[in-house]
Each structure stands twice: as C-alpha cells, then as structure tokens.
Design a protein around this ligand. Structure first.
Ligand code: E4P
Length: 215
C-alpha cells in the first residue's frame, strides 16, 4: 500500500517528504481553510514542487457543467493534479466527462461499495472511501474499503482505492491488510506510525551502553 499525506500544510509536506514514504498528497476545502487564506493554486504548486506524485485538489461547484469546467482549471495548475469530485448525480456525470478528457479524478465522499463501483465504471482513477466518518456513524469503514478493492480487482476496473478519513495508526494497518492501494494519512497519524516508546527507550539504552563500552 502506498501512502499519501492528507494535508494542505506545506510545512507538514516538507517535514514528511525526506522520509521517502509519501508518494502523493490529498487536500480538501476543510484542510485548506486551516491555512490562513493561502490561495489554493499557490498551495498546490508548492506541494507539487516537493512531492512528485498525484496531488488531489477538490472541486467546490455543484452541477456537472460547473464541475467539468472547474476540473479543467484545477488540472491546468500542474500535471500531477488529480481532481476530487464528490459522488452524486451531477458528480458522476462530471467524473465520466473528465475521464473521457483525460483528467484524472479522485472520487471523494464515498461511503459504500456500490458508490465505489459506480465511480469506477464512470472512469475514476482513484476512489476514496471515508473510513473514519463511516465508523463515526456506527458502520464499519474498513469493510467498505475491503469490498471496494475486491470489486475493482475482481472486475479489473482499473481504479485505485484510497483509504481516506484515517484517524489512527490501526486504521492504516487495517487498510493495508484490506488491500487498499493507497492510504492517505494525516500528518499526526504518520508521526504516530513512526513512534514506539520501546524504540526510544532502546536507542537511549544502546547509546548509554556504547558510552560504557568505550565505543
Ligand atoms: C481525503 O481525501 C479526505 O478528504 C480526508 O481524509 C477526510 O478526512 P476527515 O473525515 O478526517 O475529514
């Protein structure tokens, strides 16, 4: 499973990039709103200068006509931009038209395997089930990831599943085990994945013993 970083913070992207584990970035309006009014295009270009992989930028219009026009604009910002479109009646039309034009779409706000199937059939490049938000409603988010991956692979539909709305390290492990092609992780979760108190204690002990051994 590949990892994307789920953030609009260029500082977070710059901190994680040298680790060599991040192959793309996902943004959304909520994440951008935390960035103090930075223009969306500027931030996408800044991120694309650091990470050489798919950078998702989200559409905020509602009709298919508007979504396609907006998708063309977002896609023109950088060759690595992937356009996020929410799945609904208008969204599905826009996803199909974008895919026919060669604009890669990350279908967002996916909450069921059937939505994932529709997105894949319409031509989505990426499909993002929102695991944490499904869990919040008493559902089992990871089951939607597992079913979506199985449907896409069994029927060779060509899309990649991005396990999104991941809230803690166990979500990441479970997404990988569920066969998700990609997991998009918030910076805090990436840090949590890295850290283990026994690693810290072990490093401290080895350094202390190295001094005792005269190394
Ligand atoms: C990523 O594509 C999603 O927009 C993001 O993971 C949503 O996460 P949230 O449910 O924590 O807002």
């Amino acid at each position: 499973m590949k990892l994307f970083l789920d953030t609009a913070s260029i500082a977070d992207v710059r901190r994680a990039a040298p680790w060599g584990v991040i192959s793309g970035v996902t943004t959304n309006p909520t994440l951008l709103a935390k960035e103090g009014g930075v223009p969306y295009r500027q931030r996408i270009e800044e991120i694309a200068a650091v990470i050489d992989g798919p950078i998702s930028a989200e559409c905020i219009t509602r009709t298919a006509e508007e979504l396609v026009a907006e998708a063309r604009t977002l896609a023109s910002w950088h060759p690595n931009v992937v356009v996020k479109i929410p799945i609904d009646n208008e969204g599905l039309k826009a996803i199909h038209r974008c895919s026919q034009e060669g604009i890669r779409v990350n279908v967002t706000l996916v909450f069921s395997a059937n939505q994932a199937l529709l997105a894949a059939l319409a031509g989505a490049a990426y499909i993002s089930p929102f695991v944490g938000r499904i869990d919040d409603t008493g559902g089992e988010g990871m089951e939607v990831v597992r079913q979506s991956v199985a449907i896409i692979e069994q029927h060779r539909l060509g899309a990649q599943v991005i396990a999104a709305s991941l809230r803690h390290p166990l979500h990441v492990t479970e997404a990988a085990l569920a066969g998700s092609h990609i997991g998009t992780v918030p910076p805090a979760v990436l840090e949590q994945m890295l850290r283990h108190p026994l690693t810290d204690a072990g490093i401290a002990r080895f350094l202390e013993d190295a001094r005792k051994a005269g190394l």
